[in-house]
Ligand binder design. Structure first.
Ligand code: SAM
Length: 278
């Protein structure tokens, strides 16, 4: 066990999202060797520290703690190792820390991260939906209009969507997602890494119906698959669109416009545009 003091700086420490066994050795060492731990809720973090036999003193920190508190912490970073944790998972991900990291960087202090559990990433690994591109949306707004607007904003994004949700609001959110995105594959990942971990898959309407009368208990992540790929344009459609564009644009501009319009690779459309332009 390394008991050397840590070099001064800010240490972002990910903690378990349900299973204390997921606290990494490096995270436990860092918490033990730090001069101070900043926690969202000291009572929650006290349980983790007791488990890891860490006795480092704690102070509460939230991004709305205010500028004065942040300045105090930034001053401490000059000669202290300060660890930041949230109640569970990775700090800054729908949790406090962004403003503090920014302020620490601006002041020229060292910032280190200790990667670990994050419910959003864990849910992606369970869902069986595309993971090559994903968009994390955090929690949807609670008011219906703002929620619908947020969903409309991302409706055409070609990526899986990842959202945090609570049991009582799950069905309503699934319904709103179905209304705004149409029929898409989705997954509801619940209680990840805990005793009753489950991941239920189906399309958005099926899932909304399943949870309508029985709101599930525990913590939840929704993953929604990307929009289905548009049916590929036929060669006739491509040629017609290109001929119209080439009548008023250079081949390069015509290719860009038609590629965008038909959702085709620009290179392929440009090659065809050169042939048609001859
Ligand atoms: N920073 C955390 C992280 O890295 O995942 C997330 C903090 S956010 C305030 C809490 C939300 O994360 C919960 O409401 C839930 O949507 C999701 N969450 C956290 N733990 C979870 C778990 N074990 N299973 C499923 N979702 C979880």
């Amino acid at each position: 066990m390394n008991n050397e003091p840590l070099p001064a700086g800010l240490y972002i420490v990910a903690t378990p999202i349900g299973n204390l066994g997921d606290l990494s050795q490096r995270a436990a060492d860092t918490l033990r060797r730090a001069d101070l731990i900043l926690a969202e809720d000291k009572r929650v973090t006290a349980k983790l520290l007791a488990h890891a036999e860490v006795r480092t003193r704690m102070r509460t920190y939230h991004d709305h703690s205010g500028e004065t508190e942040r300045e105090r912490i930034v001053a401490e970073l000059a000669d202290k190792a300060v660890a930041l944790v949230s109640d569970a998972g990775t700090p800054l991900i729908s949790d406090p820390g962004y403003k503090l990291v920014r302020a620490a960087r601006e002041a020229g202090h060292a910032v280190h991260t200790l990667p670990g559990p994050c419910a959003a990433v864990a849910a992606l690994t369970l869902a069986g939906l595309p993971t090559d591109r994903f968009l994390f949306l955090g929690f949807l707004p609670t008011k219906a209009k703002a929620r619908a607007e947020t969903i409309a904003e991302v409706a055409t994004v070609r990526a899986s969507l990842v959202l945090y949700e609570s049991g009582p609001r799950l069905a309503e959110s699934l319904q709103a997602l179905g209304d705004g995105l149409g029929s898409r594959e989705a997954a509801v990942a619940r209680e990840i890494s805990k005793l009753y971990e489950e991941c239920v898959t189906g399309n958005l309407a099926e899932l909304a119906e399943r949870y309508a009368d029985t709101p599930p208990k525990g913590e939840i992540v929704i993953v929604v698959g990307p929009p289905p790929a548009a049916a590929e344009a036929t060669n006739e459609q491509l040629d017609q669109a290109l001929d119209e564009a080439l009548a008023i644009m250079t081949p390069s501009r015509a290719a860009a416009a038609v590629a965008e319009q038909l959702g085709l690779p620009r290179k392929r459309v440009y090659a065809r545009a050169l042939e048609r332009g001859r």
